[in-house]
Design a protein around this ligand. Structure first.
Ligand SMILES: C[S@@+](CC[C@H](N)C(=O)[O-])C[C@H]1O[C@@H](n2cnc3c(N)ncnc32)[C@H](O)[C@@H]1O
Length: 159
C-alpha cells in the first residue's frame, strides 16, 4: 500500500462509529483490516473484539490476507471490513471469504471517486460501482439488510 496507515484519515473514526452502532451488545466481532483498531473503542464493553489484518500491528492481531486466506476455522457473530475492499483486486472473492467468517457483516466500500487514476493514487486496486457491488453481495451469499452512505462510501449491513 502506498502510504501505509500511519497518516490514517481523520474521518475514519466516524465510519467506525456508524459500524459500531449496528453491532449488538455481547457480540463476538472480527474486524478485518482492523488497522489501528479504532472500532474497538466504540463497541459495547460486552463485545468480544478480534482484530485481523494482513499486517500484525499488535500481538493480538490475527494475521489474515483477504486476497488469499487462509482463514480461521471459526465464525464470529459479526465480521467487519471497513476501508479494506478497495485494496483487493477480486472484491467478489473477498466478500465470499468474509461470508465464511461472520453470521452478519458490516462492509464499507468507496464508490467515489469513480476516476480510476484517482483511485490508483489512493493505492486502491478495485474499482467496482454501486451496481457491481449490488451484484457481488448476493453472489457471495450475503443478503443486504441496510445501506448507509458516508463520505462517498457505502456501508452495508449484511447477513
Ligand atoms: C484504510 S485502512 C482501514 C483501517 C480500519 N479498518 C479503519 O477503518 O480505520 C486499511 C487496512 O486494511 C488492511 N489491509 C489491506 N489489505 C488487506 C488484505 N488483503 N487483507 C487484510 N487486511 C488488509 C491494511 O493493513 C490496513 O490496516
Amino acid at each position: 500500500m502506498r502510504r501505509g496507515w500511519v497518516d490514517a484519515d481523520e474521518r475514519w473514526p466516524q465510519r467506525a462509529q456508524i459500524a459500531a452502532r449496528m453491532i449488538p451488545a455481547g457480540a463476538s466481532v472480527l474486524d478485518v483490516g482492523a488497522g489501528s483498531q479504532g472500532l474497538a473503542s466504540y463497541l459495547p464493553a460486552s463485545c468480544r473484539y478480534t482484530p485481523a489484518d494482513v499486517v500484525r500491528r499488535t500481538p493480538a492481531t490475527l494475521l489474515l490476507d483477504l486476497r488469499r486466506g487462509p482463514i480461521p476455522d471459526r465464525t464470529w457473530d459479526v465480521v467487519v471490513a471497513l476501508g479494506v475492499l478497495e485494496y483487493v483486486d477480486d472484491v467478489l472473492a473477498a466478500l465470499r471469504l468474509l461470508r465464511r467468517l461472520g453470521r452478519t457483516g458490516i462492509v464499507s466500500y468507496a464508490i467515489y471517486p469513480r476516476d480510476r487514476r484517482q483511485r490508483r493514487l489512493n493505492g486502491w486496486r478495485s474499482h467496482a460501482s454501486a451496481r457491481t457491488l449490488g451484484d457481488y453481495l448476493p453472489a457471495a451469499g450475503w443478503e443486504t439488510l441496510g445501506v448507509s452512505r458516508w463520505a462517498g462510501q457505502r456501508i452495508y449491513l449484511l447477513r
